[in-house]
Design a protein. Structure first.
Length: 322
């Protein structure tokens, strides 16, 4: 204890604060936390985002904290913008809107969302992502980026995710705000529950006392108790970004969907030959439920993430949480 008195309590306090700051708010700390989690056998399926440690604590999207539901009765829109994109535009627009979008929709007594929906109805060609990008930055900038992507051999260059890096920084930011915001909400509004709708949630999303570790931890998904061997369905169309097994999640599959949305399926007994890069369709059987990994009984642990941050999937279950 002699060194403590030599340097003084103030110096000790400063050192402690500095260490905590480095650990919790810098890229070095991010890598350190990831390494500790890996050594302890915790879930490290998502590589740490170093840039995330410089972001504010604001929610990644307003709708993530204020869940929205599709209309109970289908609306006949003719050849216009269909659901779930219609509701996603109405509730998922960025604030402020990109300058080009504001100029496009103009002014009126109705809301900017209503005016944008009217424009999308008029220009609907079956491609919501492309229509939203044109509304955000105009057709000329979009086409120029597609041409550049094509010239460099990019696969499927018309997809926003594949040509966005060929946009200017401002155009990419404006397009992402509109495209990712609306497409992300449209994905969760139209989720297919991975098991039968009548299966109850045995453990909801949120902080709880971990049944194995006996410490308070964030339960980053929902638990759905189903017998081993129950078919598991992809909640949305997308791409496999990882399929494997570890000591915590057991056998698992992670799918990437549009708009920064991903889903994960844990404690599985079988993976149906899925590997990174494989495309899956909504409702496709991707494997069977099990009791692998750190599990106290047969169930599916289902995770919904927006831009890498876990959000509660229960509000987006058809008919609401139960």
């Amino acid at each position: 204890m002699r060194w403590l008195f030599r340097f003084g309590f103030v110096d000790l306090f400063v050192v402690v604060v500095a260490v905590v700051a480095v650990w919790s708010r810098t890229p070095v700390g991010a890598l350190g936390q990831w390494g500790v989690a890996w050594v302890r056998g915790h879930d490290t399926s998502t590589t740490p985002s170093l840039l995330a440690f410089f972001r504010s604590e604001a929610p990644v999207a307003e709708w993530a904290d204020q869940p929205i539901a599709l209309p109970d009765t289908a609306i006949d829109v003719g050849d216009g913008l269909p659901e779930p994109y219609r509701s996603a535009v109405r509730h998922g627009l960025p604030d402020p809107l990109p300058a080009a979008t504001l100029a496009l929709v103009g002014e009126g007594t109705d809301t900017p969302a209503d005016r944008l929906i009217a424009w999308l109805d008029e220009h609907w060609e079956g491609d919501p992502e492309g229509a939203l990008e044109r509304a955000a930055i105009g057709d000329e900038l979009r086409q120029r980026a597609i041409e550049r992507a094509t010239a460099t051999g990019v696969e499927d260059p018309e997809r926003f995710a594949n040509h966005r890096r060929f946009l200017s920084q401002q155009a990419e930011r404006d397009a992402a705000a509109l495209v990712d915001g609306v497409m992300g909400l449209s994905v969760v509004l139209d989720l297919r529950w991975p098991v039968d709708d009548d299966v109850r949630i045995s453990s909801p999303f949120g902080y709880r006392i971990h049944p194995v570790l006996k410490t308070k931890k964030l339960h980053n998904g929902v638990d759905l108790p189903v017998p081993i061997g129950t078919p598991l369905h992809a909640a949305q169309s997308g791409e496999v970004i990882k399929a494997g097994e570890d000591s915590v999640s057991g056998k698992f599959v992670i799918l990437q969907h549009a708009g920064g949305i991903s889903t994960a399926y844990c404690h599985m007994s079988e993976l149906f030959g899925k590997s990174a890069g494989d495309r899956v369709s909504k409702g496709e059987i991707i494997g069977k439920s099990g009791n692998t990994g750190r599990s106290t009984g047969p169930h599916l642990h289902f995770i919904l993430r927006l831009d890498g941050e876990a959000i509660d999937p229960a509000p987006y279950r058809r008919g609401g949480p139960r």
